[in-house]
Design a protein around this ligand. Sequence first.
Ligand SMILES: [Fe+2]
Ligand SMILES: [Fe+2]
Length: 252
Amino acid sequence: MDYQQLLAPVYQFLHCVTPQSWLDKARQPENLALLLTDHMICELKAAQTAMLLIRKYVADKTGSDTLLGWLQPYESFTFRDGPEPDFAAVHKRISKSVMPKTDDPWGQQLIDSMVLLIKEELHHFWQVREVMTARNIPYRKITASRYARGLLSEVRTWEPATLVDKLICGAYIEARSCERFAALAPYLDEPLQAFYLSLLRSEARHYQDYLTLAQRASPDDIASRVRHFGEVEAALISAPDREFRFHSGMPQ
Ligand SMILES: [Fe+2]
Ligand SMILES: [Fe+2]
């Protein structure tokens, strides 16, 4: 795979690269458990975000309930101390279930790209969980970083601006994940390196899907909003951060 070709638009979209001090912290073996745990939770949150967008903006009741059912075993395990489900079985059930539908072409585009994204994020979740299990890393709940909260605090409060802004935030979170996977990979052991590189292609597509949806949802050109969120995102990544997480800023 030509990673540079895949990453070129991502680097262009982001206003800064991951600081070396974050990479130095992330490569320390004692931080691996925290890094993987936060990564696993981020995959679930990415699926939740996409599900909420479909539920809020397009799906009918049946489609909505189907989507809720998909995420339920993951959420129960991750956020409510539920037992660890057989993720292989859960995953099989999801790939066989029927997708939500709508007559609205824009709505259908949202459903199609977000349903694919949800399936991929849940698969990534399961993959990270398997890496953790193989390395005897137990799952423990952790607090969220300031990153997503910081981005979402800039979302405008009226429609369709809210939707447009949320989609642009989605694009930045995906693009940053992609950039960070690529930046971190060379510092990881061989199996983890291969795993992180395997995630690049879907995360790069997720960022582009979000951006396409944002432009379709907006009556105006989104360039100025994209620039605004790009600046906010870069500030969160470059400013000192007390907490170390997958999307945290400069370690203090
Ligand atoms: Fe993912
Ligand atoms: Fe993603």
